[in-house]
Design a protein around this ligand. Structure first.
Ligand SMILES: *Cc1c(COP(=O)(O)O)cnc(C)c1O
Length: 416
């Protein structure tokens, strides 16, 4: 039975974009952590004689492979470092133009910049992800790759996007940081391109406290990213100090303690997903009756992870009025990304100005676009009119209904 270290229902009254993993934090996580504490081996590699066959990072990776069908999975210290490993594994770096969305958690863009590559921002549409047309119109002779972000818990329009990438010979890589559990026509997000990344931070469908996993079906991509995540170590043999180092890397390792939590959480994803989908449907059915509310376009509704109910008002002004009404009426759980400092490009002044702690290739090469004056009217429209409700997997039917009815009441006051 799950226990809660804090009363998340009180906590949740504030507007948090938190996804459900932490709601089912309990005895299972404690057990996995205790396995590690009993051996004292918090390092994920080696120490075979003394670790009593406890390998939490490996078990987490196996669990991710079983769940997603990935050929290879490697756990690292965060979703951000998983995206960095995806860049490395795909060989993306100095001067490569990488098409990316203006609507994502900032880490996607940071990973591109720190790899030495050049982000090119393209249009999203009502799927909340890059559209095939958006990608097509951002292509230049220097475009090397598309970093596709599956935003807010569901997959992008994969048939159309795969087609553009193939047509233009672009490398597809995926940041599925907030879409673990989502799929498109039976394939899990993160597995459409060369490599993909999931996040296990505190705000995602599963949490390790901090952690991430990158996945790929390509052995060579896996090997390079694996070495990159650990100072080049090829992880062959039992003598760490004598391993080969095929490429330079850094320390992006996950600890066994974090992996232990991630492992217990990973085993709950299917349960979190089905409970979330049930609650999401209850609320969506209520909001569907309101004229003036529409919903995120989902290219494969069957593959939804259920973590967010994303809905649109007529325009930005109306969405902002609804958010103000929610605040006035004490209706929690809704996110407004348009003004969020970390999820939408309008507030990324450090990106606009390329303010970094040290000189990056983009400073020398020049940005491929004027980041201060981007022309992305469709993205502005879509994110402006969007509100995202974070779905709780622990709601009872009655609680979900109450949440939906309260929201409907506030929305109707604004639309009246
Ligand atoms: C959360 C998130 C990340 C970063 O993951 P961390 O584990 O917090 O480093 C990257 N990309 C997306 C789309 C995310 O939502």
């Amino acid at each position: 039975m799950a226990f809660y270290v804090f009363d998340f229902k009180i906590y949740y009254k504030q507007n948090f974009y938190i996804m459900p993993g932490f709601e089912l934090f309990g005895d299972e996580e404690k057990k996995e952590i205790n396995d590690v504490l009993e051996t004292g081996i918090m390092f994920r590699f080696n120490h075979d004689e003394v670790r009593n066959n406890v390998w939490k990072a490996r078990d987490l990776e196996q669990e991710v492979k079983n769940f997603t069908g990935a050929g290879y999975a490697h756990a690292v210290s965060s979703g951000s470092t998983a995206v960095a490993c995806v860049m490395a594994g795909a060989g993306l770096g100095y001067g490569d133009e990488v098409i990316v969305t203006p609507f994502t958690y900032l880490a996607t863009v940071e990973a591109i910049l720190f790899a030495g590559a050049l982000p090119v921002f393209a249009e999203i549409d009502e799927t909340l992800c890059l559209s095939a047309e958006g990608i097509r119109s951002a292509i230049t002779p220097r475009t090397k790759a598309v970093m596709l972000v599956h935003m807010c818990g569901a997959a992008a329009d994969m048939d159309a996007i795969t087609e553009v990438c193939e047509e233009h010979n672009l490398i597809l890589v995926e940041d599925a940081g907030q879409a673990l559990g989502a799929s498109y026509k039976g394939t899990h997000v993160g597995l459409f391109g060369k490599a993909g990344a999931y996040s296990f931070d505190f705000f995602k469908i599963t949490t390790a406290g901090e952690g991430g996993v990158f996945v790929t079906n390509d052995e060579n991509t896996y090997k390079i990213a694996d070495s990159f995540s650990d100072h080049g170590h090829d992880h062959v043999g039992a003598n760490r100090g004598m391993e080969q180092h095929p490429v330079l890397g850094f320390n992006y390792r996950i600890s066994e303690l974090h992996a232990a939590v991630g492992l217990a959480q990973m085993r709950k994803v299917a349960q979190v997903r089905s409970q979330s989908l049930k609650n999401k449907k209850i609320i969506k059915d209520i909001l569907s009756t309101i004229e003036g509310v529409s919903f995120r376009r989902m290219p494969d509704p069957e593959g939804d992870s259920g973590t967010f109910l994303n809905f649109f008002l007529k325009d930005t002004a109306t969405a902002q009025k609804v958010m103000a009404q929610f605040a006035e009426d004490g209706v929690g759980g809704n996110n407004y990304w348009y003004t969020n400092m970390y999820h939408f490009i309008n507030q990324w002044d450090h990106v606009h100005e390329l303010k970094a702690a040290y000189k990056l290739p983009i400073h020398e090469l020049g940005a491929p676009q004027d980041y201060k004056n981007l022309d992305l009217p469709k993205s502005q429209e879509v994110v402006g009119k969007l509100i995202s409700l974070g779905i709780r997997c622990t709601w009872t039917d009655e609680e979900a209904k109450e949440q939906g009815e309260k929201m409907a009441e506030s929305i109707k006051k604004v639309l009246a």
